[in-house]
Design a protein around this ligand. Structure first.
Ligand code: PLP
Length: 352
């Protein structure tokens, strides 16, 4: 009976949002908003998205079901955007790409694949990581543990700790890595550090599992932000990548993304893809079409693609300048010589 159901714990970010709404401080800033905002604090609809939607209206595109693996044209552009058109993994048809329900749904689909075909194999994730990662693997009944990542002493990457923990994990574990713009720390390894991470992952026969939710958002450049993933792929490793278009195209509510599994042969690709479809069918049957067509239209049209790159660069630059301003404002001393950051701490401290 439903009477026996107890209350689920609240999402940790909800407390922050509620405290924000309750605060009467006119200098308050909502840092838990999870989405890009304009200078006027409004959601931003990208011009290229508007244009792509106009094209869809003009063409009178239908809304019939997509196949379980999603829109073929979307799957083609999304894998090309991730690896680069000329990447050998694409040329050799070594990637199984399935459109899924944005980043979260793609991660969950991959988690189901792990649960079914790698029973008992652990996923290693950074400490800390995006809060939903743990819940995704818990609900898919995939065991996980953490590797050191954030070092509060240096407010930077605990690189030695990270390497040691990846080395110490049982051979053949999945190593969850965020391709760029690590959530929640904002700290990414340097290219040299990525090489060393790839060395240990390879040495230990681990399987890299990338979460790419911010391609283009970190540096403003789509290729640069995919370089971590490409570096691993160039070593001929098998790997997985979950992609999301929530942030870089502002398509949050369209739930558009993909799971890509790089295999050793085109044969394995066909088998993996068939299993991903089998897992998706009883979960959500088939993915939504609208966002898939927007992405396909933007990436597939050279003019729109260029315009997107400019808009993304603008957003990335603005995020950087906002972070700078926030840092400067928090560290500046007020007239009494008091650190302004202390004022924030006094008023509201984050729940642990
Ligand atoms: N992965 C990371 C690291 C994220 O920060 C997010 C969103 O905040 C996601 C995945 C998934 O987002 P979505 O399901 O909207 O694509």
């Amino acid at each position: 009976r439903f009477e026996g159901i107890s209350m689920a714990p609240p999402d940790p970010t909800i407390g922050v949002s509620e405290a924000f709404r309750a605060s009467t401080n006119e200098r308050k800033l909502d840092l838990a908003v999870r989405a890009y905002r304009t200078e006027e604090l409004q959601p931003y609809l990208l011009n290229v998205v508007k244009k792509a939607e106009m094209l869809m209206l003009e063409r009178g595109e239908h809304r019939e079901y997509l196949p379980i693996e999603g829109l073929a044209a979307f799957n083609k552009v999304t894998v090309e955007l991730l690896f680069g058109v000329d990447n050998p993994v694409i040329k050799q048809q070594r990637v199984a790409t399935v459109q899924s329900i944005s980043g979260t749904g793609s991660l969950r689909l991959a988690a189901e694949l792990i649960e079914r075909y790698f029973p008992g194999v652990k996923v290693l994730m950074s400490s800390p990581s995006w809060s939903n990662h743990k819940d995704i693997f818990n609900d898919a009944r995939v065991p996980w543990s953490e590797y050191r990542y954030y070092d509060p002493k240096t407010v930077g990457l605990d690189f030695e700790g990270m390497i040691a923990d990846i080395k110490a994990a049982p051979e053949g574990s999945f190593v969850l890595l965020q391709g760029c713009a690590h959530n929640p720390t904002g700290i990414d390894p340097t290219p040299e550090q990525w090489e060393k991470i790839a060395d240990v992952v390879q040495e230990k026969n681990h399987i890299p599992f990338f979460d790419v939710a911010y391609q283009g958002f970190a540096s403003g450049n789509l290729d640069a932000d995919a370089s971590s993933v490409r570096l691993f792929a160039a070593r001929g490793m098998e790997l997985m990548v979950a992609q999301s278009y929530s942030k870089n195209l502002g398509l949050y509510a369209e739930r558009i993304g993909a799971i890509n599994v790089v295999c050793s042969s085109a044969d394995a690709v066909a088998r993996v893809k068939s299993q991903l479809q089998r897992l998706a069918r009883p979960m959500y049957s088939n993915p939504p079409v609208h966002g898939a067509k927007i992405v396909t239209n933007v990436v597939g049209d050279p003019d729109l693609f260029n315009e997107w790159r400019k808009e993304m660069e603008m957003m990335a630059k603005r995020i950087k300048s906002m972070r700078r301003k926030l840092y400067d404002s928090l560290t500046v001393k007020d007239k009494s010589g008091k650190d302004c950051g202390d004022l924030l701490d006094e008023e509201y401290s984050l729940p642990s």
